[in-house]
Design a protein around this ligand. Structure first.
Ligand SMILES: [Fe+2]
Length: 489
């Protein structure tokens, strides 16, 4: 702004001002705004110095009060997400006996390959050859059965491609503790030697995941993990979930939202219909399309710079058998075109800025809790059950248990190229986390109130809490969006 313009402005307002006053205006940070405001301050035809000084002061105060527009860290980062092709395919299967035979053959082949690379003092051989030698050997087999004898000994039957081996662990032997952990249909290596009709077990080795250095990102971003929202249920915690969405939109004092670039949702997005007998009594909306529409409204309220990855759970509109295919487009029409929403299969596998994330709803936990001693407190410490899955490199090991397995690919095996940096699961409605061999294991709780029936069954849900994983530091923090007491009265 120049002196001439100031004079013209004053003339138009029928005002005059001295040279000193005009200079004061021109020297200010914002001459236009000072002139405008000062002209309003004056009550005479002469623009006095005090009027101009007041305008300058008012403006400075305003500048101090108005915060500079905050830069949200996650917004500045470009999305970097790779969804594994297995997590998007819809493999059709008839589930014939032949399909199952092939499925278990593939499971055995993969896990045998993993176990065969382990260095060991005993020579690795086939079951057929191990039976014919008196020397110590190592064999790899799929567990056919496990039985405790009347005297408390353990008989484990394993099989490879050609033969079956009856293995023995004595009641008081050191190996008994390991023998107890063996479950049907998993693949293990057994060291020992043949004695008459029995192979005496000396050691048991599980495929397990290798120790690895924790992988982190250069970008200062984080991943929020949620699951088991159960929209449609009378017990869905709408208020608390809305609070979480508001938090993501920055309506909070908590600055943790600024780093959230990704959200994974590990199933049970809605409560569904007909998931269990007489479910309609517990439903607020008994139309599954409406349930997904409500979900869509919440998803649309998440800032678009946040990428959201969603898998189905056993309550969702997908087949019950695992692997579950992603939610069909007909249910999620309302969010069509939202390129930040990624619906994938369960289990699902994604790489986010190079961090490998395995998502699994986790419906096999019930069968593992009742079959594995180490996971027997899985209802209160679900991370222990997930560790048992990693140890076996199998997400749903036991054939014939719930949920059923469908022979569609090998997605239930944790392949060498899918060893996760983060394993996110849900289903038990209880938060839990652990570090295991460089993998962060997280159960993300739920958004459904606790029922008295759940408490009776030994379940202790933790609703309204969100684990947030800092991808740059590898540190996990829990943010609470609900009061402690959330039990349905
Ligand atoms: Fe659930």
């Amino acid at each position: 702004m120049e002196e001439k313009q100031v004079v013209e402005f004053l003339a138009a307002k029928k005002l005059i001002a001295g040279r000193e006053e005009i200079q004061l205006i021109l020297n200010s940070e914002s001459p236009e705004r000072v002139l405008e405001n000062a002209s309003k301050n004056t009550s005479s035809f002469y623009l006095e110095k005090k009027d101009i000084e007041k305008a300058i002061q008012d403006l400075e105060e305003k500048i101090i009060v108005i915060e500079p527009s905050r830069k949200i860290a996650a917004k500045e980062v470009d999305r970097n997400i790779k969804i594994h092709p297995d997590s998007l395919t819809n493999k059709k299967t008839l589930g014939t006996t032949g399909d199952f035979v092939e499925y278990f053959r593939e499971r055995f082949k993969k896990l045998k390959g993993t176990l065969a690379t382990r260095i060991n003092s005993n020579p690795l051989t086939t079951i057929e050859k191990a039976k014919k030698t008196l020397a110590k050997t190592r064999v790899i087999g799929m567990v056919k059965s496990k039985k405790q004898t009347k005297n408390g000994h353990m008989i484990i039957e394993i099989e490879d491609e050609e033969d079956t081996l009856t293995c023995f662990a004595g009641k008081d032997s050191k190996i008994m503790e390991s023998a107890r952990q063996v479950i049907p249909d998993e693949v293990i290596a057994i060291d020992g030697k043949q004695s008459k009709d029995l192979f005496i077990i000396e050691a048991i080795t599980w495929p397990d995941i290798p120790y690895k250095q924790k992988k982190t990102t250069e970008e200062d971003i984080s991943l929020a993990m949620i699951s088991d929202i159960h929209i449609g249920s009378k017990l869905f915690m709408k208020k608390e979930f809305t609070k979480f969405i508001s938090f993501l939109n920055g309506k909070t004092e908590n600055k943790a939202y600024e780093k959230i670039k990704y959200i994974t949702i590990a199933g049970d997005l809605v409560d569904g219909i007909g998931t269990y007998p007489e479910q309609e009594k517990d439903l607020e909306n008994n139309d599954i399309y409406l349930q997904y529409e409500i979900l869509g409204e919440f998803l649309k309220s998440i800032p678009e710079y946040i990428e959201v990855i969603l898998t189905p759970g056993n309550h969702d509109a997908s087949r019950l058998s695992e692997p579950q295919t992603r939610i069909d487009d007909e249910y999620i029409k309302s969010v069509k075109g939202y390129s930040n929403l990624h619906f994938i299969n369960n289990p699902g596998f994604v790489e986010i800025h190079g961090i490998k994330v395995l998502l699994y709803h986790g419906a096999s936990q019930y069968s593992l809790i009742s079959n594995i001693q180490e996971a027997s407190d899985g209802f209160t410490s679900p991370q222990k059950t997930a560790i048992e899955m990693l140890k076996r490199r199998l997400l749903n090991p036991i054939y014939g248990s719930k949920p059923p397995i469908v022979p569609a690919g090998s997605e239930m095996v944790i392949d060498n190229d899918k060893i996760p940096d983060v394993m996110h699961f849900g289903d038990i409605h209880k938060k839990g986390y652990a570090e295991y061999r460089g993998t962060t294991v997280v159960n993300s709780g739920c958004w459904q109130k606790t029922t008295s029936n759940q408490i009776k069954r030994g379940l202790t849900p933790s609703p309204g809490e969100v684990p947030i994983y800092d991808m740059r530091t590898g540190i996990l923090k829990i943010e609470k969006f609900a009061a402690d007491e959330n039990i349905e009265k």
